[in-house]
Write a protein that binds this ligand. Structure first.
Ligand code: HEM
Length: 462
């Protein structure tokens, strides 16, 4: 009898796991509930089927929906090369932001990322501190002039602040003169982009429907403002901001710089990504603070104790841990990016579950951020989860508001500086309560923002 060494034996074959998941209507699949009430649909699906779910969107078309931090890390980081952004994401976003860094892939993306990255390192973005402080002060003055007490919708205010900060820090330009109209223009274009992304039926842009005309007018306004900015900068002295770096960038092989159109796409991409996400998080944070007066009081005590009325600076941040924790906890409960879509390139396997080539995959902040395996009382607003030293035992991808891997949000350090600074500045000067009768509902569009705004009574503090 010949001896058989272990190495000559075929490797044991582990059977692949079968995907659980809803099949929906025999003809329409799950499309309807996915479009009509996506938050409820995905949460219920997870409750019924777990962290690895295959959803039948329509017959023979599936979505692989992942909420296990191991699977999320696999897609975004470990095997990121096998996952690209799908066309159903890229196409609508390109209507607004062209081929900027968010929608580009491959070598072009890498070039744009390498070019922009240095401007977003933490040691660079800390320099934005005074501009962030000035923008917050300006908003505070505007609200103070409105009287001792006023009822306002916080959402457009926060979006405007985000836009003002993005303009002054990244492009040394205060577009706040245009902020109302450009803010509206972003809202309109965003609405259309979100609707297309969610698969809502829309006629092509060339059809002159009311919605399409509004979209085109808004996009033209954004393009005009941005192109004027580029033109004036090309004509003026070089400046050391993000736009200055993009203007100076040259392709190594051709030696040419970016065209006005490329520059426009990058500027619009950055303006959009920088204001919508942060604006939504501030809005949620103020809503949560209004609903949790004890936390609001603690934040006010922290801010007043450290600042005694002055504008916060970056140096204050280590002394404002609750302000950072409130911002982070708000992104946990209401993640601006509530699910990140990808498309597999080749077939893959995640934790025993097979993923076919060209499959639609979504990694879910919505579910992971409230997963009871990683969060005690997951639906409770409890910023202490993010105080220094807390949550060290959590898996890395149980909380990923900024994504992860090579395509992690380029503005994450920036957001974690401006976010808490503004919250501390506002909590110190105002008292927030929810307007009676106003119900705040999350709207799962491109970002998770409050659907009908956040009406709030804002009282000046003595
Ligand atoms: C609360 C604030 C923010 C949140 C939650 C957030 C979230 C994200 C997420 C999840 C991604 C990854 C998307 C994906 O890979 O599919 C992303 C990408 C990106 N974000 Fe942010 N973001 C925030 C603020 C900002 C700011 C302030 C800027 C700019 C100054 C910015 C610029 C970008 C850019 C350019 C990308 C694309 C990066 C790439 O593909 O290489 N974001 N963001």
């Amino acid at each position: 009898m010949t001896a058989v060494s272990e190495s000559t034996l075929p490797a044991p074959v582990t059977p692949k796991k079968a995907w659980p998941g809803p099949r929906g209507h025999w003809l329409l699949g799950c499309m309807r509930p996915m479009q009509n009430d996506p938050l409820n649909f995905y949460q219920q699906t997870w409750k019924e089927y777990g962290d690895y779910v295959r959803i039948r969107i329509v017959p023979r078309m599936y979505l692989y929906y992942l909420a296990d931090p191991i699977a999320i890390e696999h897609v975004l980081s470990e095997n990121h090369k096998n996952y690209r952004k799908p066309d159903f994401f890229n196409k609508p976003v390109r209507m607004l932001a062209g081929n900027g860094i968010i929608t580009s892939e491959g070598n072009f993306w890498l070039r744009q990322r390498r070019l922009s990255q240095p401007a977003f390192l933490r040691n660079q973005v800390v320099k934005f501190g005074p501009l962030i402080g000035a923008a917050a002060e300006r908003l505070i003055r505007e609200w103070e002039q409105g009287g001792a007490e006023q009822t306002i919708d916080i959402v457009p205010e926060m979006m405007r602040l985000g836009l003002r900060i993005a303009g002054t820090t990244l492009f040394s330009t205060d577009i706040s003169g245009e902020a109302d109209s450009i803010g509206d223009a972003f809202r309109v274009t965003f609405g259309q982009v979100s609707a297309m992304m969610n698969g809502k039926p829309r006629l092509p842009l060339w059809v002159p429907t009311r919605r399409n005309r509004e979209f085109r007018r808004s996009k033209e306004l954004i393009d005009r403002v941005v192109l004027e900015l580029i033109e004036s900068r090309r004509a003026g002295e070089p400046m050391h901001d993000v736009l200055g770096m993009l203007l100076a960038a040259q392709d190594k092989e051709s030696g040419t710089g970016m065209t006005d159109q490329q520059l426009r796409d990058e500027v619009i991409t950055l303006l959009t990504a920088a204001h919508e996400t942060v604006g939504a998080t501030w809005s949620w944070a103020l809503h949560l603070l209004a609903e949790h007066q004890d936390v609001q009081q603690a934040l006010r005590d922290e801010a007043s104790g450290r600042l005694s009325g002055r504008t916060p600076t970056v140096e204050d941040l280590p002394h404002l841990p609750l302000a950072t924790a409130v911002f982070e906890e708000s992104m946990r409960l209401y993640p601006p990016a509530w699910g990140m879509p990808r498309e597999s390139i080749d077939a893959d396997e995640i934790n025993g579950y097979p993923i076919p080539a060209k499959a639609l995959v979504t990694v879910s902040q919505l579910v992971a951020h409230r997963h009871p395996a990683f969060w005690k009382e997951p639906d409770k607003f409890d910023p202490s989860r993010f105080l220094p030293g807390a949550g060290l035992d959590r898996p890395k991808f149980a909380y990923f508001p900024f994504g992860g891997g090579p395509r992690v949000c380029i503005g994450n350090h920036f957001a974690l500086i401006e976010g808490p600074l503004v919250l501390a500045a506002l909590a110190q000067r105002f008292h927030f309560t929810s307007a009676p009768g106003h119900v705040v509902i999350p709207d799962p569009t491109f970002t998770l923002r409050p659907k009908t705004g956040v009406r709030m009574i804002v009282r000046r503090r003595p």
